[in-house]
Design a binder for this molecule. Structure first.
Ligand SMILES: C[S@@+](CC[C@H](N)C(=O)[O-])C[C@H]1O[C@@H](n2cnc3c(N)ncnc32)[C@H](O)[C@@H]1O
Length: 409
């Protein structure tokens, strides 16, 4: 007899597929119908699989990830021809890459099984959209996730046995530092990473890819931070926006491009000394933006700004450390000042839509950081005397700007 839950899922899939038009945009909203189709297909697959099949699927994923990472390192994918119907034998691939042919065959097998590459009836190998794309940016993000997060993550059970079954919260002792045998070194995660310039580079390039996950503009109206004529008369130097940990200034540049009411001279970019030097040298921030070297663990020097903005900073830190950073700003805030935190937002109840955010949360955990829910932010704000006044959600993305202000009572 037919399984009614399976038939109803398949009917739903057929309906979605009938209305499906491949997206042209790359933003989360445009991609949503495709994501819905993929998630539903996965649901159908899982409804059919028994637990033993899931173990087999996980084993394949493990072998697939290790094979991809290894073959990226050995620069094998770029040697597989990309022309229509073109293939290459293991022997030819071995000659071109200098990798033993039998090793190649063993690493390529799981990739044929998963669909990452193809194999013809004569045994030769062909590329796919995946193997071609992994040669460039997506591959770098994969490498970032593998080298910096997966490797320490595989030791999480061991880490928790030593440190107790609680969230890692320190920037000095966490799965990343344990994995690098540096938990006694007194070095932060970044300092450990900086010791390996190649790895640091992968991390930074990979991060630029992650940039789109927390869109900069389009959902919080930065124009509202422009100074009114009365405010300008009272204090012409009042700051509209302080971008704390703002990097070399790409974010303020984007904000000022899209929100024309903001005057660059009322915008401040703060970061560590070397980053501000770089911003100054590269002239990334628009003319007029004030560049300030500032360590956000120390008291905030800009008093009474309309908004203090952190983008993609808080998820690197535990609640204790985020509270410490916020406490540096609270004394500088005016009654109408706002704290704005742009980050990923986890839902209270997980759905497949936010799967990637949940994955990144576990990745952040490796370095003692975390992604947060709306309630997590509310509790964090409350702990330092702030009220959460609004959440501005980025359309179609699991991200937003969380807005806080001083408590009024
Ligand atoms: C993940 S990046 C985010 C950059 C930028 N906000 C964005 O969204 O592209 C984190 C930034 O925080 C800065 N940062 C880290 N620790 C800092 C500190 N103690 N004081 C000031 N900035 C810091 C880093 O230099 C880096 O530019």
């Amino acid at each position: 007899m037919a399984d009614p839950s399976l038939t109803s899922l398949v009917t739903e899939l057929a309906k979605l597929a009938a209305d499906y038009v491949p997206p042209t945009g790359h933003d989360a909203a445009s991609q949503a119908p495709k994501v819905a189709l993929v998630n539903l297909s996965k649901k159908i697959m899982y409804s059919l699989m028994d637990p033993g099949m899931l173990v087999q699927a996980h084993s394949l994923q493990m072998a697939e990830m290790v094979s991809i990472r290894t073959l990226l390192d050995l620069k094998v994918f770029e040697k597989i021809p990309t022309g229509d119907g073109q293939t290459i034998t293991a022997k030819e691939l071995s000659e071109k890459s200098g990798v033993q042919d039998t090793l190649l065959e063993r690493l390529l097998r799981p990739l044929v099984a998963s669909g990452f590459i193809t194999q013809s009836s004569d045994g030769s190998y062909g590329s796919t959209k995946f193997s071609q794309a992994y040669i460039s940016f997506p591959g770098l993000f994969f490498t970032l996730m593998f080298d910096h997060f997966l490797q320490p993550m595989t030791d999480l059970p061991k880490y928790l046995k030593t440190h107790g079954p609680v969230e890692p919260t320190s920037f000095y002792v966490n799965p990343y530092s344990d994995y690098h045998q540096a938990s006694d070194s007194g070095l932060t995660t970044w300092e450990i990473m900086s010791k390996d310039p190649e790895k640091l580079k992968t991390f930074q390039i990979g991060l630029t890819l992650g940039d789109t996950m927390v869109p900069v503009t389009g959902y919080y109206d930065f124009d509202q931070l422009a100074l009114t004529p009365e405010e300008l008369e009272r204090d012409p130097d009042r700051v509209s926006l302080v971008d704390i940990g703002g990097g070399v200034g790409n974010v303020v540049k984007r904000i000022l491009q899209d929100y024309k009411k903001l005057n660059p001279k009322n915008v401040v970019l703060q970061d560590q000394d070397n980053i501000i030097d770089m911003a100054d040298k590269e002239k990334t921030p628009p003319e007029g933006v004030r560049l300030v070297k500032h360590d956000f663990w120390g008291p905030q020097p800009i008093k009474g700004a309309k908004a203090y903005y952190f983008r993609r900073v808080f998820h690197d830190y535990s609640d204790e450390l985020c509270a410490k950073a916020l406490r540096q700003i609270v004394p500088a805030m005016a009654p109408d000042s706002r704290i704005l935190i742009a980050d990923m937002l986890l839902p209270d109840i997980m759905t497949e839509k936010e799967a990637h955010t949940a994955a990144l949360d576990v990745a952040c955990m490796v370095m003692g950081g975390k992604e947060r829910t709306e309630d997590d932010f509310r509790r964090l704000f409350d702990s330092v005397g702030l009220d959460l006044v609004a959440i501005h959600r980025a359309p179609g993305a699991a991200a937003g700007v969380v807005e806080g202000k001083l408590k009024t009572e």
